[in-house]
Design a protein around this ligand. Structure first.
Ligand code: X2X
Length: 339
């Protein structure tokens, strides 16, 4: 019997099982043993979702179809705040979340977002793939979530505005800026005398469009992918923090996977993270020109005065106290003295 004929017979058998005429064609004859949802907050065109799609295909192949990862980009299953409670309850099995937002559950997880801590990517990966990352993952594990080893890149964050460019810390005074839902973000922009509003990412575009806020801050790759240039005029390269996404799993769902399957899934997720980091690094060389062509006006402020402002507002000493000696010394071991 020819292959195509056999496939057709299988398909018609599936149709009969499904209840006959009019039932949809079933591409996969059998439902995967583990059909898991992966939720994230980024647009489909972002490198995170492009690599996630490849990763899901590799996992399907390497597990002989036993694991089917369905990706839900752009907060299709709810805001980050909702998805964080779903990953805890098992409503979703996988979720990528900024460590700064995860801090609602795991306070130590926001530490990489301390203002102006990281000078460059080499320092970021050394810390996050090294001792600091190990410490943070230990804290996440204590909260009963499972976390993959490699953090995915969101990027160094830049400030966009519809009213004025940010040339120095004084331009933040009274500035209505959207920040993600995280005490560290609010605290940092309060230290700049701005007026931060906590808004989940799925509402950012409309908050900017309707002028509920005047600006926001995000990495260039995401400003491009989420088309924020359509509702913003200026982009100031404030480079004020590095932010990444931890790949989280619900513990019960993770432990339901046989050990050999877990190894395949983890290896593919971590490999995809490393590729995604490289994608963003490449994007960084071209995205500024693309955004300029789309109408964003760039400026590069001097960064020293921003750091001085945080210092004199007591930002660093306050957060050192919150994280405690152990975590703070791991951060300073990577980036140098901050206080
Ligand atoms: O909410 C944001 O701004 C985003 C997408 O960058 C994070 O996930 C922190």
């Amino acid at each position: 019997m020819g292959l195509s004929r056999r496939t057709m017979l299988k398909a018609s058998a599936a149709t009969i099982i499904q209840g006959g005429v009019g039932a949809p064609f079933v591409a996969r004859a059998q439902k995967a043993e583990f059909s898991y949802k992966y939720a994230n907050n980024l647009p489909e065109s972002h490198p995170l979702n492009i690599r996630a799609k490849e990763m899901a295909a590799a996992i399907r192949t390497e597990t002989d179809g036993r694991v089917d990862l369905q990706i839900f980009p752009s907060n299709q299953l709810g805001s980050d705040t909702d998805a964080l409670s779903q990953i805890r309850s098992g409503g979703v099995e996988f979720f990528t979340l900024s460590g700064l937002i995860l801090a609602a559950l795991v306070p130590a997880a926001s530490i990489n977002g301390i203002g102006f801590a990281f000078p460059d990517y080499a320092t970021v990966w050394k810390a996050m793939d090294g001792e600091l990352g190990t410490y943070i993952r230990g804290e996440i594990t204590k909260s009963n979530l499972v976390v993959m080893e490699k953090i995915w890149d969101n990027g160094f964050r830049q400030t966009t505005s519809s009213i004025r460019p940010i040339n120095g810390p004084g331009d933040f005074k009274g500035f209505k800026i959207r920040v993600p839902v995280s005490p560290l973000w609010t605290s940092m922009f309060k230290a700049f005398d701005a007026s931060p509003a906590s808004i989940n990412f799925n509402e950012v575009y409309s908050a900017l469009q309707t002028k509920i806020v005047e600006g926001q801050e995000n990495p260039l790759a995401l400003i491009a992918a989420a088309k924020l240039y359509e509702v913003q005029k200026y982009c100031s390269l404030t480079n004020h923090m590095w932010d990444g996404f931890w790949f989280l799993a619900n513990r019960r769902a993770w432990e339901a996977l046989p050990v050999d399957i877990r190894a395949i899934v983890a290896r593919n997720i971590n490999a995809a993270a490393v590729k995604e980091r490289e994608d963003i690094e490449k994007l960084n060389t071209t995205v500024r020109a693309d955004l300029t062509a789309k109408g964003l006006i760039f400026n590069q402020p001097e960064l020293g005065p921003f750091r001085d402002k945080l210092q004199s507002a007591g930002f660093y000493s306050e957060w050192k106290g919150k994280y405690g000696e152990q975590a703070w010394s791991l951060l300073e071991k990577s980036v140098g003295k901050l206080v």
